[in-house]
Design a protein around this ligand. Structure first.
Ligand code: SF4
Length: 373
């Protein structure tokens, strides 16, 4: 059995607690339903998630849900059929350690393990916990938000793209009803800025047409279309109806994991989210740390009226569905016109409690929220 060196120090901390009767280890299969395990993992000092196959991504989804939905802070270990290429992504979704079944890839795992340098629980070692790191960069976020408080959206983006995260920043666009504003702003700075679009395979034809219209009109050359992993999709959504059975798992497969993979090599991602969208966005800062990195939200404090004024000033094309009652547009399977009030995003996942797809899930633990600008 293998275990990377950094994790082995933490192993000793967990084992010491187990020896003193301080907790239990819970084993879960990768396809366990996170909603059913909250009580089971409540007192666990360690949760082992077993991957039946390295091609089966459900263990990643389960780890993400334990960290983001159940706020599990104990040690999370991946076991089973894993390959070294997965090390970085295992870390991203919140695993502290890996114990793969195969023992013939020790050198590759050791190399990958050198990047596996953060843990969730403190132990008798010098490895910084996620909470330690978050406190450290909280100061940096506060400084950036204070600086950007005096700037307009174009100035924020210009600094982010040309200076602060030069070459390490991308824009995420849904090519939805308000997307033209962010796209137009970056086209004024650098039309080659990477633009990520999550191709879930469930978009309205009108959205795909709008994507072509906007990229041609603004001469954007950095478009990157992100698709779900084919093997994972075959494994997890063989009948194509995962969105009906488990929308969180579907978003993890088609949005969260493709974006996490694309973010390798990037330090920050620009979004078009605004506070007036309501819900979890009401307190949105301009710069924030989320589970998989930094988000820059230059339009955070824009109003609906400012958005409309920007469209008119720059004569920007509208999404073809905007005049049909669709105020926020995602996959056709999970989007309805927002008639009858309830806010701009009322038509997303109609009839469900779900309000966000999970790509901007907050960092776990004692998140440091920068001062509101
Ligand atoms: S919005 Fe719906 S169809 Fe699209 S990825 Fe999420 S659950 Fe799946």
């Amino acid at each position: 059995m293998l275990s990377n060196d950094l994790a082995s120090e933490t192993d000793r901390g967990v084992e010491a607690r187990l020896a003193s009767g301080g907790g239990v280890v819970v084993e879960l299969p990768g396809d366990a339903d996170w909603r059913a395990v909250g009580e089971q993992i409540g007192s666990a000092v360690q949760v082992d998630i077993r991957f039946a196959s390295f091609k089966d991504g459900r263990g990643f989804t389960l780890a993400t849900q334990l960290r983001t939905r159940l706020h599990y802070q104990g040690r999370l270990r991946a076991t089973g059929d894993l390959i070294p290429d997965q090390a970085r992504y295992l870390k991203r979704v919140g695993f502290d350690a890996i114990t793969p079944d195969r023992s013939d890839l020790a050198a590759d795992w050791a190399k990958a393990g050198q990047q596996f340098s953060v843990v969730y629980q403190p132990a008798n070692d010098a490895v910084a916990t996620i909470t330690d790191l978050r406190h450290r960069d909280g100061d940096e976020l506060t400084r950036l938000n204070a600086r950007y408080r005096q700037s307009d959206a174009l100035e924020i983006l210009r600094d982010a793209i040309e200076t602060t995260w030069r070459g390490r920043i991308a824009l995420l666009s849904s090519f939805g009803t308000e997307a033209a504003v962010s796209l137009h702003l970056i086209s004024r700075i650098d039309p080659a800025t990477p633009v990520f679009f999550l191709d879930t395979g469930r978009h309205f034809a009108q959205t795909e047409q709008y994507l072509r219209t906007m990229t041609e009109r603004l001469k954007l050359t950095g478009l990157r279309v992100l698709k779900p992993d084919t093997a994972e999709a075959r494994e997890e959504d063989a009948d194509g109806y995962l969105w009906q059975r488990d929308a969180d798992a579907c978003c993890a497969l088609r949005k969260v994991r493709p974006l996490a993979r694309a973010l390798e090599g990037f330090d920050a991602l620009v979004t078009g989210r605004k506070r007036f969208h309501g819900g979890a966005r009401t307190e949105l800062p301009v710069v924030e740390r989320v589970a998989d990195g930094l988000r820059v939200n230059p339009l955070a404090n824009w109003s609906a009226e400012q958005i409309q004024a920007y469209f008119q000033t720059h004569d920007l094309p509208r999404h073809p569905l905007a005049d049909m009652g669709y105020s926020s547009i995602g996959c056709w399977t999970c989007t309805a016109p927002a008639y009858g009030g309830g806010g701009l995003r009322a038509g997303r996942w109609p009839g469900q409690d779900k309000t966000e797809c999970g790509i901007h899930a907050p960092a776990q633990g004692a998140a440091v929220r920068p001062e509101r600008e």
